[in-house]
Design a protein around this ligand. Structure first.
Ligand SMILES: NC(=O)c1ccc[n+]([C@@H]2O[C@H](COP(=O)([O-])OP(=O)(O)OC[C@H]3O[C@@H](n4cnc5c(N)ncnc54)[C@H](OP(=O)(O)O)[C@@H]3O)[C@@H](O)[C@H]2O)c1
Length: 305
């Protein structure tokens, strides 16, 4: 016999389930598993498949349907999310699946060219396509305050249709109809991050042999990087206007004159200048072109081949 309280909660569960878009997820690595948990927790019917079936066990216990094959998983729902290691694994997993009329969302990290080719590949198979670039690590999934999100590009209709469902694990930022733009934004931001890590590595190397606690330098470094980061807005403004002398704070001539101080300090501290030197070389080349009144924006033009 079903008690009234239980009946109410069963009806509530049923309504909850009916309203939520069913999701198929291919790929239960660290990222896919974190995402799967959030869809389950939010009441989305979820069908999963993974090459190594054991990784689905905990999700099955949490209510996920585990498909025996990728084809079965794809057949189960219209919305098919893929989160695999790389583009080659996407090729392998989706080969032989029937993608006709599917809404394919590929969160696998790729290059812009791979994303564009995948969009065309999906179109030829009758699928609508969105590409994604994940700006988060697994512990940020399902934690809105952590600030993670996914860049999406490709079909705007598809993004609009599934934005709410895709926004369950982590935030969503749509960057355009060109399927390659999500990957491009992803790589652009991560490239800037590596520049920041490179600068930080040099800074820590400088103090390595001294009696300075790295833990004392770290907060100073973090605050300085945060204070300097808004300079990217000035760079963008100069790029848009084409006037690289606009609102210059520290001109290139002065900055190039300062580079020997950095290189001598590195030498005195026994630190290789190999992370700094290429950037300084670009600054010197730009100065040699007669651009001493600019700041560092002209370096961008030297990079673009
Ligand atoms: N983790 C992060 O911090 C992070 C952050 C941003 C973006 N991403 C991106 O998210 C995607 C998934 O990352 P992850 O952290 O989940 O990676 P992961 O933990 O290494 O998992 C890789 C997934 O791909 C599957 N796979 C690999 N090669 C395969 C093949 N040849 N055929 C079928 N399946 C294959 C694995 O299956 P098995 O379980 O059978 O090995 C697993 O499901 C990647 O593109 C990654 O760049 C990850």
């Amino acid at each position: 016999m079903i008690t009234p309280g239980l009946a109410t909660s069963l009806i509530g569960m049923a309504q909850n389930t009916v309203e939520k878009t069913p999701v198929t997820l291919l790929g239960l690595g660290a990222m896919g598993t974190a995402m799967a948990r959030t869809w389950l927790a939010a009441g989305h019917p979820l069908t999963v498949w993974n090459r190594t079936p054991a990784r689905a066990t905990a999700l099955a216990a949490g209510g996920a349907t585990v498909a025996d094959t990728a084809s079965e998983a794809v057949a189960a729902n219209t919305l098919v999310v893929v989160c695999l290691l790389d583009d080659t694994s996407v090729d392998k997993v989706l080969a032989g699946t029937d993608l006709a009329n599917k809404d394919l969302v590929n969160l696998t990290t790729s290059t812009p060219a791979q994303a564009r080719a995948r969009a065309e590949w999906a179109r030829e198979r009758g699928a609508r396509y969105l590409d994604g670039g994940i700006m988060a690590v697994p512990p940020m999934i399902g934690v809105p305050e952590a600030g993670g999100y996914v860049f999406y590009s490709g079909s705007p209709e598809l993004f609009e249709r599934h934005q709410r469902t895709l926004g369950v694990p982590v935030g969503t930022t749509y960057v355009g109809e060109d399927a390659g733009f999500a990957a491009l934004h992803d790589v652009a931001l991560l490239s800037a991050m590596y520049g920041m890590f490179a600068g930080s590595a040099h800074a820590f190397a400088l103090i390595r042999k001294e009696g300075i606690d790295p833990a004392a330098l770290a907060p100073l470094l973090a605050d300085w990087l945060v204070a300097m980061a808004p300079a990217v807005h000035r760079t963008a403004d100069q790029l848009r206007s084409g006037d690289y002398t606009k609102s210059v704070v520290s001109n290139l001539a002065m900055q190039v004159a300062g580079t020997p101080t950095f290189l001598s300090t590195a030498e005195q501290q026994g630190v290789s200048p190999e992370l700094l030197s290429p950037y300084f070389e670009l600054m010197r080349r730009r100065l040699a072109e007669g651009s001493g009144e600019e700041d560092l924006t002209g370096v961008i033009d030297l990079l673009v081949r």
